[in-house]
Design a protein around this ligand. Structure first.
Ligand code: SF4
Length: 82
């Protein structure tokens, strides 16, 4: 997973927009609603399709975020081996 807000400082994960106290764990990032990067699972893909189809005119609500998290948990994409 590579969120655009994720950085590293002395081998420590840091969040450049200061979510989770600026030091998110990988689990924090998996559930973060501010994640911005390649799809982590089907939930992110659905969100991206809706965003693209509506030109970003529909803003996600609490239910949308719950659906996104649930689908990502149920059908997450596997990480590529490095
Ligand atoms: S997923 Fe969230 S906590 Fe993790 S780096 Fe991105 S914005 Fe920060």
């Amino acid at each position: 997973m590579s969120c655009i807000h994720l950085g590293k400082l002395a081998d420590e994960r840091i969040c450049t927009i200061n979510k989770f106290g600026g030091k998110p764990t990988e689990a924090n990032c998996m559930e973060c609603k501010d994640y911005d990067g390649p799809s982590r699972g089907v939930g992110d893909t659905v969100k991206n399709v809706i965003n693209k189809a509506t030109g970003g005119k529909i803003k996600p609500c609490g239910g949308c975020q719950k659906r996104r998290e649930a689908l990502n948990k149920m059908m997450g994409y596997k990480k590529k081996e490095e």
